[in-house]
Design a protein around this ligand. Structure first.
Ligand code: HEC
Ligand code: HEC
Length: 282
């Protein structure tokens, strides 16, 4: 038996009837003429998921999937619009806007796909949120934005959409190696009263129904993501916190080293897939 398969008791409690359902792989995600790879060969032979990566989009029902096909229907685009406005707005002691220093936001095409990314100045990997706040402090002379503030979610969504259709591509060697190892360790660490690891749900049981939820491979290519349950858009760290909480464990804080390391490792597991942010999920 797989080391991370659920114990019989836990499986009955959480997975219920433990029905296996196939993701719908007969559909394709194309937005504004851009074809987005949501089913792809893994970029790594040693990816524990196996050969075929499938985005969470394929695990959602027809109505939820449809919301992502057209940006006018995608409720995350309110956040994208706010982000684009903020890009042009002067702020902080510099009196400058993001655009004054960086030019068009399309200059950041590909950036989301490389997150978290090593910072020489900080001597550590930074997530997109952390890069933005670093630049606000260092260059703009502005106050940091809170992780789940509408400004931060808007800006990360507006930057992420510029990478839509581009392949996930994170650095895992050199100084990133120890963060990668830490992330992998956390992925396989069982937590909480339910004693589940990320792998228990997204590796050993992906495809299973967890109550009303269809368990996916747990990819990050759609973040920030609009969740119907949240009635709003949320960050990677909010999603991961929720997953840890579901095991009835004390979650790691947003921006913590644990979640940065997990974000790095889970991004590597998704290499082969394209960025599809901002996604829509249940
Ligand atoms: C006063 C000029 C200035 C302003 C204003 C400014 N930045 Fe920057 N930013 C920089 C410089 C300089 C760098 C480091 C060099 C580089 O990577 O472009 C940087 C780096 C970044 C990076 C990392 C880019 C990378 O390739 O690693 C991000 C993300 C970023 N800024 C986002 C923003 C956002 C969002 C705003 C507005 C809220 C903003 N910056 C405002 C000057 C500025
Ligand atoms: C108790 C089972 C369970 C555990 C343990 C769990 N998750 Fe999840 N996770 C879910 C469910 C259910 C969803 C929503 C359906 C889906 O996309 O799988 C989800 C969604 C996700 C998503 C969003 C996928 C998308 O396409 O939007 C990511 C990423 C994720 N989980 C990562 C993790 C990580 C990393 C861990 C470990 C810290 C973890 N999960 C632990 C049940 C779990």
């Amino acid at each position: 038996m797989n080391r991370y398969a659920l114990g019989v008791g836990a499986a009955a409690m959480v997975v219920g009837a433990a029905a296996l359902a196939d993701p719908n792989t007969d559909v394709a995600l194309e937005i504004d003429g851009v074809a987005i790879k949501t089913i792809a060969a893994s970029a790594h032979a040693d990816n524990p998921i196996g050969d075929t990566l499938i985005s969470g989009w394929h695990y959602r029902n027809d109505e939820t999937r449809a919301l992502q096909l057209d940006d006018f229907d995608n409720p995350a685009f309110l956040a994208v619009e706010l982000g684009r406005e903020l890009w042009e707005a002067a702020d902080g002691a510099s009196g400058k806007s993001c655009a004054d220093c960086h030019g068009g936001i399309d200059g950041f095409a590909g950036l989301r796909a490389n997150m978290p990314k090593w910072s020489e100045a900080a001597g550590r990997p930074l997530t997109l949120e952390q890069w933005i706040n670093w630049s606000r402090k260092e260059h703009q002379g502005a106050e940091p934005w809170k992780w789940e503030s509408e400004q931060m979610l808007g800006m990360t969504a507006a930057i992420a959409v510029e990478s839509r259709g581009m392949p996930m591509d994170v650095q895992t060697d050199g100084p990133m190696a120890e963060w990668f190892e830490k992330g992998r360790d956390l992925y396989y660490t069982r937590t909480g009263q339910l004693d589940f690891a990320c792998a228990s749900c997204h590796e050993a049981n992906s495809g299973m129904m967890l109550r009303a939820d269809h368990l996916s491979q747990g990819h990050l290519n759609g973040f920030p993501t609009y969740r119907l349950k949240w009635q709003g858009i949320g960050s990677i760290h909010r999603r991961l916190k929720g997953c840890v909480q579901d095991t009835r464990a004390e979650p790691y804080a947003v921006g913590s080293d644990e979640l940065v390391a997990l974000e790095l490792y889970v991004s590597w597991r998704g290499e082969g897939l394209d960025i599809e942010a901002p996604a829509v999920r249940q």
